[in-house]
Design a binder for this molecule. Structure first.
Ligand code: SAM
Length: 273
């Protein structure tokens, strides 16, 4: 089954309009600068990380499963006179035009894909890294959101699917004069399969009047640290570090986002033994 994400239409527009900063940008950039180029930004979205890297002259390609996100990323890049290599592809079928010293995945792993596809994605990253290259992949821990964490318990799941709240969500002004708002709700959580299903409602207003409404679903795989470590090691990655908080430090139990820094073995070095 094709991965099902919600980054289309008005949701893609929201990303292009409002998601342009964050600590991830400088953090991931450090790996590209240190571990080398070329780099691939997998699930690059509308270019929150990619565009600053291109502006800085780094050699980075981008791919994403959503043609809407890629189209907006390309539009933003072209507006600045940049012409990156961008392609629409699901990460489990990754087949890029070249291999990379660094592959980054920020906020994109296990979105909409099933477990077998996630395993396949890791194998694709490994295959398309140069020997000695690094995969830098982040993942939100399943216990990051206290309300969602309660749904792991049987009694905590009694009120799912959740109703839409009466609140429209924060309305924000877009560059075309329209206003946009997003709301999400949890449809269900399966602790056995470690999956949460969420729905997003995106609404647009023009001149104060409702103009459009879209609903999309997203099925997310929920992974714990040690599980991802095992998956990376089974893929063949070595020297795996787990950092936290988009800082160059070891992860702690207080971190909502973990970053796995995993290396493809450097064959020439191994052959020397
Ligand atoms: C939360 S956004 C993050 C975008 C960007 N990396 C950033 O940090 O701004 C997640 C992105 O992952 C993409 N995505 C979801 N599933 C994917 C898949 N199976 N393969 C490639 N991209 C995927 C979505 O289309 C979306 O653009």
């Amino acid at each position: 089954m094709a991965p099902q994400t919600w980054h289309y239409g008005l949701v893609a527009k929201w990303w292009a309009e409002f998601n342009k900063d964050g600590p991830e940008i400088d953090y991931f950039r450090g790996f590209i600068e240190r571990d080398g180029q070329p780099a691939l930004d997998v699930a690059c979205g509308t270019g929150r990380l990619l565009l600053p890297y291109l502006r800085a002259g780094l050699d980075v390609d981008g791919c994403d499963v959503s043609e809407d996100m890629i189209a907006l990323c390309r539009e933003r890049a072209e507006r600045e006179g940049l012409s990156p290599t961008l392609f629409v592809q699901s990460m489990h079928e990754l087949d890029p035009p070249r291999s990379y010293r660094t592959i980054i995945v920020c906020g994109g792993f296990a979105l909409g894909s099933d477990r077998a596809q996630d395993v396949q994605s890791l194998a694709r990253f490994y295959e398309h890294l140069e020997p000695g290259g690094a995969l830098v992949l982040d993942n939100e821990v399943p216990y990051a959101n206290s309300r969602q964490w309660q749904r792991w318990l049987r009694e905590g799941r009694m009120d799912t699917p959740r109703a839409w709240s009466d609140d429209d969500g924060e309305r924000r002004g877009a560059s075309d004069g329209s206003e946009l708002a997003l709301q999400t709700r949890l449809l269900g959580l399966d602790p056995l399969e470690q999956r949460a299903t969420l729905e997003i409602r995106a609404r647009q207003w023009r001149d104060g009047e409702p103009a459009a409404e879209e609903v999309h679903t997203l099925d997310i795989g929920l992974y714990f640290k040690n599980e991802l470590l095992l998956m990376l090691e089974r893929t063949g990655f070595v020297d795996v570090l787990v950092q936290g908080g988009y800082e160059e430090r070891e992860a702690t139990a207080g971190d909502d986002f973990l970053v796995f820094v995993a290396r493809k073995p450097s064959y020439p070095r191994d052959e020397a033994y």
